[in-house]
Design a protein around this ligand. Structure first.
Ligand code: HGY
Ligand code: MN
Ligand code: MN
Length: 431
């Protein structure tokens, strides 16, 4: 709980937000991508490390001390300055987000929070703004779960939720483990346990992120203060039937793995739309068919299920129900089916007192906001296990995200940066 005198940020400080700089940072990161539509900069890829290097170089040029931990998280620190340094507790304030993307994703998911951190650092340094606490600006590694199934790997390692022993068990579609991918970009997966953040060093952390949903846009509100972040349970499902000739095999002799899998996919969608499961979201975003020949009955199928919810019990109950229903469906088709939980993260309720400072910051700027849950997962969700954490949203055009059309106008990002700066300034003055 915070006490003390939270000071409003000065107008000069807030007027320092430069839309041209924000656009330039966004464009610079967007250029670091694999060929193809949108932005592809996967977790623990060389491109992600290049983006971290851009972040590190910018912060170093501002005079901050930059370190990269064994998990690949890059942290830039600005020591306290001004009359109150050394007075009271010197626990750090933090802000930041991630620089990796999903395949063919957008240029804003995560990136906006890192660019906001860069802009806040630039303003505070340029204006030599006094601040009592060390301020730490973070680019987390490997937030997206698209490559390895588990999301937020860098922040989970910082929070001690994932350790070195876990990294060989998470693989991508080519069988590359997280540990191998980390080593391939020069990181030390064997040492990540030493990269755990020490809670006693931190006072609070605030992440700025795009909403990745329709709520703010549909209500014409530019700012969202998050109260709870959805959890996710991810399943890998394998269906093994019998590959046979599509012409010579009569229907009653088939064990078609794709028909069984297709019924599972529809069952998951129907269950999530059932009012008794209101609030859970079930998605199958990736499915692979073997042998994938037009003239062969599919023998095996692998697909992945993403179960999201703000209610922990309903989330896990849904995953268990799906596994049981999939098994029954497979039996009807004479198909062998296995379901494996490859990642499981709980919903997180964020501390009210940090959210209060964000809400006061919105109010101090005369900016309307609304409190809302986050359907997406975030680094803030993991960091909240070790540091009092807040999450501030800016809108997503048409609610789109994880696609090339993902977009947030720079003017709305700038409002988010001003609010972030005002919230950090308030938190700096309290203890
Ligand atoms: O998948 C998510 O919820 C987030 O965008 N990583
Ligand atoms: Mn994100
Ligand atoms: Mn994402």
């Amino acid at each position: 709980m915070s006490t003390g005198t939270a000071q409003p940020a000065t107008a000069d400080l807030l007027d320092g937000v430069d839309l041209g700089r924000i656009d330039a940072h966004l464009a610079g990161f967007a250029a670091l991508t694999e060929p193809g539509p949108g932005c592809t900069r996967l977790a623990y890829s060389p491109l992600e490390r290049q983006a971290h290097a851009v972040f590190a170089a910018h912060m170093t040029a501002l005079g901050l001390t930059v370190t990269t931990d064994h998990a690949g998280n890059t942290v830039a620190e600005l020591p306290p300055t001004g009359p109150n340094t050394g007075s009271g507790d010197a626990r750090a304030l933090g802000t930041g987000s991630h620089l990796d993307t999903v395949p063919q994703g957008g240029g804003f998911d995560g990136i906006v929070g890192v660019v906001a951190a860069m802009e806040v650092a630039e303003i505070v340094v340029r204006q030599e703004a006094a601040h009592r606490r060390p301020w730490r600006f973070v680019a987390f590694a490997a937030e997206e779960g698209a490559r390895f199934g588990q999301a937020c790997n860098g922040s989970r390692m910082a929070a001690g939720l994932t350790g070195a022993a876990d990294l060989a068990g998470l693989t991508d579609r080519d069988g590359v483990t997280v540990a191998d991918a980390m080593a391939a970009v020069g990181l030390r997966p064997d040492l990540v346990d030493a990269s755990r953040w020490r809670p006693e060093e931190w006072f609070a952390f605030v992440e700025l992120h795009i909403e990745q949903g329709e709520v703010l846009r549909s209500q014409g509100v530019d700012l969202g203060v998050v109260d709870v972040i959805s959890g996710s349970t991810r399943l890998r499902v394998r269906a093994e039937g019998r590959a046979t000739h599509s012409g010579g095999t009569p229907m009653h002799l088939r064990r078609d793995a794709l028909v069984a899998a297709a019924e599972c996919v529809v069952l998951g969608d129907r269950l999530a739309r059932d009012p008794r499961h209101h609030g859970v979201r079930v998605t199958v975003g990736r499915l692979r068919v073997e042998p994938g020949s037009i003239t062969t009955v599919p023998g095996s199928v692998e697909f992945f299920v993403d179960v999201r919810d703000v209610d922990s019990v309903r989330q896990r109950d849904t995953a268990r129900t799906l596994a049981a229903e999939f098994a029954a469906l497979a039996r009807d088709h004479g198909v062998a089916l296995t379901t494996e939980v490859i990642a499981d993260t709980s919903p997180v309720i964020l501390p009210g007192w940090v959210a209060d400072h964000i809400r006061h910051a919105c109010a101090s700027l005369g900016l309307p906001y609304r409190v809302l849950p986050s359907g997406a997962s975030h680094d803030a969700q993991q960091i909240a296990h070790v540091i009092p954490t807040g999450l501030l949203f800016v809108p997503s055009d048409d609610g789109l995200s994880h696609v090339p059309a993902e977009f947030t106008p720079t003017s709305q990002i700038a409002s988010g940066v001003r609010t972030l700066l005002a919230a950090l300034h308030r938190l700096d003055g309290t203890s």
